[in-house]
Design a protein around this ligand. Structure first.
Ligand code: CTP
Length: 445
């Protein structure tokens, strides 16, 4: 899986960039869009953010959020974002590339987020010009394109046809399929790519199909051959034959993880507490009720699992003794239950995982306060390779939602005690599930 930066400039062809963003995201790539101010006139940042699940970069110094209410899209002056994004990406594609941006690239300018990002970027890059035929034929544009080629850009020649302005000739941006084929070639190590020192997020196998028919024939799914174990849903701890202790978990996150892992090619075992969701296709589901049942089911499958993700909201306590008959209220003003601790399944797994790095373990944490501090404690205390934390009170996060907003912690931050911390923006649970799984696959040794 690759990280693709998609630069979009002001052109009627900007709508084709939506197809690119959507196709690449569906194929499992992470796509981050950088729009010029003129591009925003054609397609809103919100459209790209919705298609990719990633923040869309816009103005260099946003006075106000580009997307109303979307401070997260440009959380800091892009003076930071452009350098970070440039280091983050495996491939940079500018589509459509206007005559103006081509001139500014050729001149080495950095007067907006897109050109600043381009100047900071060192990997393979693809330029897809789109403009009026006379602008394209202008010697200045021709010279600028030659300069771009000298700078290492792969330039996709525009197609001929009737242009938006009514003229006929060369200037139409190539169709998304052609751009996707060229991008796949660069990512597969074509003329200029991929860069060897760049951040890689590939799974253990080859990456997913990337568009072209040839690429589709040879590529395999990124989790192919891996066993993935997922826990999901709440547990129920009976008090008597009628009542139980439980929590608000609906299982949506865990089910999204199981379904996504299967889609990405894994063999999946889902250990599920009682939920109202349909079993995901192609997944072995083990239904359980109590934390102890869940522990038993996990301990049956854990040794064979390459990736384990525990998204279940496990009851920490159960009643010491389950009443054999219904507890009656007659004559009682209060009732005292004695609770005893359930096994901590994640901590058990953390203590047992293979120490050669071939088995990775991910826990979840839902918190109401001190999110990072509590999650960091769980990451270290339960020997996880990743801990995904969410705040119950954050809009779009929590139980029963189709979206989530998470903070992802992994060991190996600035010092031994401090984990590496990433705050991910709001995204739907399926997109999040795929991203997490690809990250976990990349963590496996
Ligand atoms: N977990 C588990 N077994 C338990 C409790 C929790 O496997 N008995 C797992 C959950 O599936 C989750 C992670 O541990 O992946 C964190 O769960 P959470 O309930 O947030 O943490 P606790 O350790 O129970 O801490 P607390 O409830 O005090 O926040």
């Amino acid at each position: 899986m690759a990280r693709i930066l998609l630069g979009v400039t002001g052109s009627i062809a900007a709508f084709k960039a939506c197809h690119l963003a959507s196709d690449w995201t569906k194929a499992g790539h992470t796509v981050r869009v950088v729009e010029t101010a003129a591009a925003e006139r054609f397609v809103t940042p919100l459209t790209f953010t919705s298609l990719t699940g990633e923040p869309t970069r816009t103005a260099m110094f946003p006075d106000s959020p580009a997307v109303p209410g979307d401070v997260a899209a440009n959380p800091a002056p892009a003076t930071i974002n452009h350098v970070k994004d440039a280091a983050w990406a495996d491939l940079l594609v500018v589509a459509p590339a206007s005559a103006d941006v081509i001139a500014r690239i050729a001149a080495g300018m950095a007067d907006d987020t897109l050109t600043a990002t381009i100047l900071a970027y060192e990997g393979p890059k693809l330029l897809c010009p789109a403009m009026n035929v006379h602008m394209y034929d202008n010697p200045a544009t021709r010279r600028n394109l030659d300069v771009c080629r000298d700078f290492g850009w792969t330039v996709l020649d525009p197609a001929s046809g009737t242009l938006a302005c009514g003229d006929t000739g060369r200037g139409r941006m190539p169709e998304p399929e052609e751009i996707e084929r060229a991008a796949a070639t660069l990512l597969a190590g074509g003329p200029d790519g991929p860069r060897e020192d760049g951040p890689q997020e590939n799974g253990p196998q080859e990456s997913r199909p990337q568009g072209g028919a040839d690429a589709q024939a040879t590529a395999s799914l990124p989790l192919m051959g891996l066993n993935v174990l997922v826990t999901a849903g709440p547990t129920q701890e009976p008090l008597d034959p009628v009542r139980y202790l439980t929590n608000h978990s609906t299982g949506k996150m865990g089910y999204a993880l199981a379904a996504s892992a299967a889609e990405l090619g894994a063999h999946v075992t889902l250990v599920s507490g009682p939920v109202a969701l349909e079993e995901p296709e192609g997944v072995d589901v083990v239904h359980v009720t109590t934390a102890r049942d869940m522990f038993e089911a996990v301990s049956d499958s854990f040794a064979a699992a390459d990736i384990t993700v525990m998204a279940a909201a496990v009851g920490d306590f159960r009643v010491e003794e389950i009443a054999p008959e219904k507890i009656k209220k007659a004559g009682r003003e209060s009732i005292t239950l004695t609770l005893v601790a359930n096994p901590d399944i994640l901590a058990w797994a953390g203590g047992r995982k293979r120490d050669d790095g071939s088995q990775v373990l991910c826990g979840f944490a839902m918190e109401t306060e001190h999110l990072v501090r509590n999650a960091a404690r769980k990451l270290a205390g339960k020997h996880c390779d990743m801990l995904v934390a969410n705040d119950l009170r954050e809009p779009g996060a929590g139980f029963a939602t189709d979206t989530n907003v998470v903070t992802v912690l992994t060991p190996g931050g600035p010092d031994e005690q401090t984990p590496h911390i990433e705050h991910w923006d709001l995204m739907d649970k399926t997109t999040l599930a795929k991203r997490l799984l690809l990250r976990l696959a990349a963590l496996r040794k």
